[in-house]
Design a binder for this molecule. Structure first.
Ligand code: ADP
Ligand code: MG
Length: 336
């Protein structure tokens, strides 16, 4: 039977799929729209479902099946992943290929949660699953020497959580995960926009405002014009928002993340701490794209910081690499 090797990064905000030999073939919001009837038939997934948010008729429900880094709605997740996997399979086949997938999972998931992931993946059309910690995948994606005696320090700022770890000898030496990510910043920004500009805006707009205008450079003054509802007049209005007025909302959360990086570094053994001082740290995930992050971390912690251009792809690229390095995959699975 034909066999197909794929990698899946199931993030709170985005799901990515890498197909061996083809690279990243899918990167879509982790969102499902379904009809609110007993069997919950799927109406749309990914980008299409994302842009239905705030506009869908009563009987269409929009859900994000992954919350704070973990699958929360198994049925919706299986429906979404099932559709994504179907899209990356060959256009036509007589017998469905046997699908092997390297799948990123959050650090510290329990045995029961592993079973639950397995079940959801099986329902999505994956036959054979290799689960690897997402933060390890991100390290591999950043080309860190994870199999050596010191692989590096990596932090990933995602939609629901921020994970960080010291990687060494194919495993995690020390690390932690906090429930701070883009979604929390979006909620804080929603409140700030309401407080400062007296308008209510929808979540899709808030995310756009964050990604286009908000920065950690204090006097950065990008602007964006958005539509919303005036909370006093209750009328539809358009307003021009300034990034520098929203700076504090994001800064508070990034400060928290930076403090957590500091305490993780400080909890390392002297040998590891010395390596970190020497080689610096890597920050990935969509949240690492905020302008000015590297400079703020460098200034506060005195560490060199590397942030790749397409920081949100680190984990899926790492998972993709493992598809063609079976020995490394086996070593990592053995030491997980
Ligand atoms: N320029 C930016 N500034 C701040 N946050 C950003 C920027 N670009 C993307 N993000 C945020 O990154 C998050 C998604 O990151 P990602 O690593 O893809 O998450 P996940 O892996 O959890 O799905 C979202 O909250 C998104 O708004
Ligand atoms: Mg991700």
């Amino acid at each position: 039977m034909a066999r197909m090797d794929i990698a899946i990064d199931l993030g709170t905000s985005y799901t990515s799929i890498f197909v061996s030999g083809n690279g990243i073939v899918l990167h879509e919001p982790s969102v499902v729209a379904y009809y609110d009837t007993a069997k919950r038939p799927t109406r749309a997934v990914g980008v299409e479902a994302y842009y239905m948010r705030g506009k869908a008729p009563d009987k269409t429900k929009i859900v994000s099946p992954v919350v704070d880094g973990t699958i929360k709605d198994q049925d919706a997740c299986a429906a979404m992943l099932g559709e994504f996997v179907k899209r990356v399979l060959p256009q036509s086949y007589i017998i469905k290929p046997k699908v092997h997938a390297v799948v990123g999972v959050p650090t510290g998931i329990t045995v029961d949660e592993r079973k639950m992931y397995e079940e959801v993946l099986m329902r999505s059309g994956v036959d054979d699953i290799s689960m690897v910690n997402s933060i390890m995948l991100a390290g591999i994606g950043m080309e860190l020497p994870v199999a050596s005696s010191y692989g590096g320090f990596i932090a990933s700022i995602g939609g629901g959580i921020t994970e960080m770890a010291v990687l060494s000898l194919c495993g995690i030496v020390t690390g932690c995960s906090i429930n701070i990510g883009g979604d929390m910043i979006d909620r804080m920004l929603t409140d700030s926009i309401r407080g400062i500009y007296r308008i209510k805006v929808d979540p899709v707009t808030v995310r756009k405002v964050k990604e286009k205008t908000v920065s950690l450079v204090r006097n950065d003054c990008e602007t964006v014009t958005v539509g919303g509802i005036d909370i006093v007049e209750k009328t539809a209005v358009r307003k021009r928002l300034r990034g520098d007025r929203l700076y504090r909302a994001a800064y508070v959360y990034y400060k928290n993340i930076i403090d957590t990086i500091a305490s993780t570094v400080n909890s390392c053994t002297p040998a590891v701490a010395a390596e970190i001082q020497e080689s610096g740290i890597h920050i990935v995930g969509g949240g690492a794209k905020i302008p000015g992050l590297a400079a703020v971390v460098q200034e506060k912690l005195g560490l060199r910081v590397k942030i790749p251009q397409d920081s949100e792809y680190a984990a899926i690229l790492g998972a993709g690499k493992l598809l063609s390095d079976r020995d490394l995959l086996d070593d990592i699975l053995r030491h997980a």
